[in-house]
Design a protein around this ligand. Structure first.
Ligand code: PMP
Length: 288
């Protein structure tokens, strides 16, 4: 079963208009929320970001966030999802194809769950990343459906036998094609500030919070390709891969190909944070 216009329906009963603006223009926004043991992780942070993304493209949520979450929880129960994620998207709706916003289109909400057969965060071996020019638009802070730059980046990595692409604008490292990037130097974390040039990842925020609780200094500052390649440790974060060590970038092997000490500590702290959610009846609140 899936969600269409906030109702739980059979997927085969749902039809999307070929002139839906999400389909034709990528005119919409989306979110992915991780499910651990049937519970939503960092749900509030994701819903706030969805509302923000929608607002930035002058779209209002067609249903209140609380009602969307209510339906999503029902869907999770209905589909009996233990570990996986829920994907949701909102488009500006269907209208005769024309670039300006239509006057009378009804935004379309869809959501579906995905169950993980294998935990995608089994990242102990580390990942290999390829550097690539960040050719995306200048509003990467909006989680919009326009992911072509990210898709091309990821494909380039795959074609060359890498797992992820790390983007740079000139000399400045921004983020991965579907992840945020952290470097570790002398026990300190550095990650690109949450500007228009990156998506302010929910996992990024959790990791910054965990680091601060562990008295690991965090600097949200730009860093260069040279600093990336010469860092003590590098790791990437996202909802699906959580905290993953990067052990190779292009031909440079980092930290002898091993997971660094700080990365390992943060992975452990992240697991503890998940356990808190699993052991609670309700989701942990993010606070912002
Ligand atoms: N940057 C980009 C470009 C992404 O697509 C993602 C994944 N949504 C992230 C960062 C990580 O964000 P989050 O931790 O919220 O999954």
């Amino acid at each position: 079963m899936i969600i269409f216009q906030n109702k739980i329906m059979d997927r085969s009963e749902v039809s999307i208009d070929i002139e839906d603006r999400g389909y034709q223009f990528g005119d919409g926004v989306y979110e992915v929320i991780r499910i651990y043991d049937g519970k939503l992780f960092e749900m509030e942070g994701h819903m706030k970001r969805l509302e923000r993304s929608a607002g930035e493209i002058e779209l209002s949520l067609p249903f209140p966030a609380s009602e969307i979450i209510y339906s999503i929880k029902e869907l999770i129960k209905h589909n009996n999802i233990k570990d996986g994620h829920v994907y949701m998207q909102i488009t500006r709706g269907a209208s005769s194809r024309n670039h300006p916003f239509p006057d009378n289109a009804t935004p379309v909400l869809t959501a579906y769950t995905k169950e993980y057969e294998e935990n995608p965060s089994a990242t102990t071996e580390g990942i290999k990343a390829l550097l690539a020019d960040d050719i995306r638009w200048l509003r990467c802070d909006i989680k919009s459906l326009n992911l072509l730059g990210n898709v091309l980046g990821k494909q380039k990595a795959k074609d060359n036998g890498y797992d992820e692409t790390i983007f740079h604008r000139g000399d400045t490292v921004t983020e991965g094609s579907s992840t945020n990037v952290f470097i570790v130097n002398n026990g300190q974390l550095v990650t690109h500030p949450a500007t228009n040039l990156i998506l302010n990842g929910i996992t990024r925020k959790v990791v910054i919070d965990l680091a601060q609780n562990m008295s690991i200094p965090v600097r949200e500052e730009e860093f260069t390709i040279d600093e990336l390649l010469s860092a003590d440790e590098v790791f990437i974060t996202s909802t699906t891969i959580e905290v993953a060590p990067v052990t190779q970038i292009n031909n440079t092997v980092l930290n002898d190909g091993k997971t660094g000490e700080v990365t390992r500590k943060l992975q452990e702290a992240f697991k503890n944070r998940i356990s808190k959610v699993i052991n609670k009846n309700e989701e942990i609140k993010t606070g912002d």
